[in-house]
Write a protein that binds this ligand. Structure first.
Ligand SMILES: [Zn+2]
Length: 355
């Protein structure tokens, strides 16, 4: 009895030391936790951002050239990333935003349930993703490594915010389906957001024309991480369990637990909301709806709201001034870089410029 409790004590001390080390390592990250809206870009996001600015759409069609630019930039910037501590991984939101329309449609039509089936001390969760809630036949396993897990484990009160910072923070992922293995694992490996073994061989036979970032299973899981209240609850429990006992082994959910969480997730309203694409959409006809759902936001980078423009036009009060002002701002390369060529053309058309 006594001997066992000494061992337990030693284990506990050891665990505390390990945790303290990790706390120091992750000090920077802890500061950033809890600020879900403003998380620093990961390596892949930094590079993707540059590619977007230079070549318009990465999402619908990744040309070989884009991919080699991506790979080259990742390599070139590695020293800078190390020096400035820019981390690997990718945010679930970016995965959704960068996914291909076709994969998003498949996610919406074909995937109905995902369950966190297994979790371990390193912040890795295995999700079982099903075509339907009842079907056990065609399920796939999506593994997600939460890169903020250790930092969250080390300190801070376990709140909804902390749990969401882990769920919506940078992740690495993998799926065992064919589409991921043959299409997306390579991009994930290049971008340093692949969980597990890196894929180094270029998928030249299956995928000469790489597109998108993630399969329908991964999209479902990423969507769940950003939307599901049940996932917030799951992460809070996960953190407190492993904070109390960092040495415990992997945990698999019991059938009862799995049924409970499946039932809760099935009732959540985000399931019925379609993904709204936020980038690379062509301009709608009505300029009011152009860059934002709210007509109070200014046209990106110009400082003029669509309603101001509409008013100026309607009242015919020096509309040319407003138009000139926008035209002028469009000369600014920083503003220009945020627009796709189609968007630019449509703005010009609406403004009555180059016809
Ligand atoms: Zn998949």
């Amino acid at each position: 009895m006594k001997k066992q409790s000494i061992t337990q004590d030693l284990n506990r001390v050891h665990a505390r030391e390990v945790t303290a080390d990790k706390t120091r390592e992750n000090a920077l990250n802890i500061l950033n936790l809890g600020n879900v809206a403003n998380m620093p870009k990961t390596q892949a996001e930094t590079v993707l951002n540059r590619i977007n600015r230079n070549s318009g759409a990465f999402v619908e069609n990744i040309e070989l050239e884009d991919l080699s630019k991506f790979s080259k930039s990742m390599n070139e910037l590695q020293d800078e990333f190390n020096r400035t501590k820019v981390r690997g991984g990718i945010h679930p939101k970016t995965v959704i935003n960068m996914s291909r329309r076709e994969d998003i449609q498949r996610y919406q039509r074909e995937i109905n349930a995902a369950l966190p089936a297994k979790k371990d001390k390193n912040g890795v969760v295995i999700f079982r993703v099903n075509a339907s809630a009842q079907s056990n036949v065609s399920h796939h396993m999506v593994q997600v490594e939460f890169l903020n897990f250790q930092a969250a484990l080390s300190g801070g009160k376990i709140t909804n915010n902390l749990a969401d910072a882990v769920l919506q923070g940078a992740v690495r992922f993998d799926c065992d389906c064919g589409r991921h293995r043959f299409w997306y694992r390579y991009i994930a490996s290049v971008g340093s957001f692949a969980y597990g073994k890196a894929e180094t061989g270029f998928p030249k036979i299956r995928n000469p024309n790489l597109k998108g970032l993630a399969c329908k299973h991964v999209i479902f899981v990423m969507r769940m991480l950003t939307q599901s209240q049940s996932m917030t609850g799951f992460m809070k429990n996960y953190l407190s369990e492993f904070r109390e006992n960092p040495l415990q082994r992997k945990k698999t959910l019991s059938n009862k637990q799995a049924d409970k969480i499946a039932a809760a997730i099935a009732k959540e309203s985000w399931r019925n909301i379609k993904i709204r694409r936020t980038n690379n959409n062509a301009l709608p006809k009505n300029i009011r709806d152009v860059f934002s759902a709210s007509s109070n936001s200014s046209i990106r980078g110009t400082g003029i709201t669509p309603s101001q423009l509409a008013k100026a036009k309607a009242k015919d009060i020096a509309p040319q001034t407003a138009v000139r002002e926008i035209q002028q701002k469009l000369q600014n390369p920083d503003v220009l870089n945020q627009l796709s060529p189609q968007q630019l053309a449509q703005i010009q058309q609406i403004l009555g410029g180059d016809k």
